[in-house]
Design a protein around this ligand. Structure first.
Ligand SMILES: C[S@@+](CC[C@H](N)C(=O)[O-])C[C@H]1O[C@@H](n2cnc3c(N)ncnc32)[C@H](O)[C@@H]1O
Length: 504
């Protein structure tokens, strides 16, 4: 292993996922629900992503915010290069990629940032690198700026810690590529569990966790569990570290974490209310929910809105469906039970959103809710956002301004879909984030762009060419009837959503 990796898995490609929490619109909504104004209200903000992986999320966000400027670094040169290539293919000139470690990056001549994000980094690097990150935030975050940081946390992962150690030690002693060593480690741990090892007998959560791992992609497992470092953290410790850079906890980007009525029983809420400070309160929440992963937003001197202004701003905030109306689930499960979407006001909200993006105020009118029902209306909106079927959206003017650059990025993503399935998301000018689109649908959209009328044949030819070039892959070609059904779904259900997002 070469020196720069510092124990980090560097010999496996990363999956180009889009993490919606990296979208300024999502972060801004999370803050607004807590009565706080994000520093991205002005279009010309500066945004920095630390440990950006293959740079896909950073490109999606940069393409949909053409007036803002983006910096992204990842010490893996393959990742930084792949981010830069995608930006070049899309003609994005507002994003800069670097293959620098956090410490090297801090030495560059950089501006002050309004937003710094790090997803899947903080608990996967050594304490020394966490200190570098905090120092970077201390020196580079503007007053009024925010930091989004996600991390594996305790107590939810307490039982997984010894399981991971067992697997990394077994993988180290196995032969072959990392994929093979991961396979060997998984079956080794499984044998121990099956043979009644006391650890697994006593820790059912560890056994269940192990059982959930074999179907997961080896790339994901490599980055998630097989790094030299894997340190689940307590929120109080992260809050203390951020405090050293003059930041305080502002909100969770995980909307469910802000829906106390749906997540906590009245008795649990009462215990939490006894916490004398915010950090301890959040820690209690993690114990109540046995939290494994946190998505925290910290702020350095944020603007707190007056209650009436917060309400007015939230009522003016637009929301949009990110799945076809007919595919929205009947409800979402929360720790305190099912929150139904198929009746009453949530159903009216969804029907109205089926016609196009609407402000929360308009949704309340559609559901005939008066101003006194603002709190439950906001809870509904947050539950829908938390279910990932609705996203906060931007103003019409912002969406229009973002359309040209988002279209260029989407053209590059669609073209790339001819050769692999590495970029499963299209940039949405409407939300300033991304929307999941599977590969067959992306290829069908590409056929449209190319003016091909033989869509099904185009998709089959593309997949056949890929299979011919890669004889090891044994994936059968989808049959024309299955593709035709997908095309019907695309035309009838998905296209209206894509049009609302300004994607098609
Ligand atoms: C788990 S991945 C997360 C990638 C991306 N943020 C995402 O969520 O898809 C962690 C990333 O951090 C990068 N990384 C780890 N240590 C680093 C360091 N000291 N400096 C810069 N990048 C680092 C790795 O190369 C890797 O791409």
């Amino acid at each position: 292993m070469s020196d720069w990796t510092r124990g980090y898995v560097a010999d496996v490609d990363y999956i180009s996922e889009f993490h919606r929490e990296l979208s300024p619109t999502h972060l801004s909504f999370a803050l607004l629900t807590q009565g706080l104004r994000a520093p991205t209200a002005n279009r010309r903000f500066r945004y920095c992503e630390l440990g950006c992986g293959a740079g896909f999320s950073a490109n999606v966000v940069a393409a949909s915010h053409p007036d803002a400027e983006f910096w992204a670094t990842d010490f893996n040169p393959n990742f930084a290069a792949s981010g830069r290539r995608l930006a070049e293919n899309a003609g994005l000139d507002n994003i800069h990629f670097f293959d620098k470690s956090f410490a090297e990056f801090a030495q560059l001549d950089l501006p002050q940032f309004d937003v710094i994000t790090l997803h899947g980094i903080y608990s996967w690097v050594m304490a020394e690198h966490r200190q570098e990150i905090v120092a970077f935030i201390r020196d580079r975050l503007n007053n009024g700026g925010i930091v989004y940081v996600s991390y594996n946390c305790l107590p939810g992962l307490a039982q997984v810690q010894p399981l991971r150690r067992l697997m990394t030690e077994a993988a180290e002693r196995a032969e072959g590529t990392l994929d093979r060593r991961i396979d060997a480690a998984l079956s080794f741990a499984q044998r121990l569990a099956e043979h009644g090892a006391g650890f697994f007998a006593e820790h059912a959560a560890a056994k269940a966790h192990l059982a959930s791992m074999p179907p997961m992609s080896r790339r994901y497992l490599a980055h998630e569990y097989f790094n030299f470092i894997w340190t689940p953290l307590y929120h109080v410790d992260v809050a203390r570290q951020m405090h050293a850079a003059k930041l305080s906890f502002a909100a969770s980007a995980d909307m469910a974490q802000q829906l106390d009525r749906l997540c906590l029983s009245p008795e649990q809420s009462a215990v939490m209310a006894e916490a004398p400070d915010l950090a301890f309160r959040e820690m209690l929440r993690d114990y109540i929910l046995n939290q494994r992963f946190r998505r925290d937003v910290f702020a350095r001197g944020i603007e707190r809105l007056r209650p009436a202004e917060a309400r007015e701003t939230l009522k003016a905030t637009r929301l949009a469906l990110s799945v076809p109306r007919g595919r929205v689930t009947v409800g979402a499960e929360f720790p305190q039970g099912l929150f139904p979407f198929d009746s009453g006001a949530p159903r009216s909200f969804l029907d109205a959103l089926g016609e196009g993006p609407k402000s929360l105020g308009d949704l309340m009118s559609a559901a005939e809710l008066s101003d006194s029902a603002f709190a439950p209306a906001l809870e509904m909106a947050m539950a829908l956002v938390s279910s990932r079927q609705v996203q906060p959206a931007r103003s019409r003017a912002d969406a229009e301004a973002a359309a040209p650059s988002a279209h260029r990025l989407n053209a590059a993503i669609l073209n790339r879909s001819r050769f692999d399935d590495h970029m499963p998301v299209l940039a949405s000018p409407l939300t300033g984030g991304g929307i999941d689109i599977d590969r067959w649908h992306r290829l069908m959209l590409l056929a449209r762009v190319l003016g091909r009328t033989d869509t099904i044949e185009f998709v089959r030819d593309t997949l056949r060419a890929e299979a011919d070039a890669n004889p090891v892959s044994e994936r059968p070609l989808p049959n024309p009837e299955v593709l035709a059904a997908h095309k019907m779904f695309l035309d009838a259900e998905l296209m209206p959503v894509l049009r609302q997002h300004g994607i098609a």
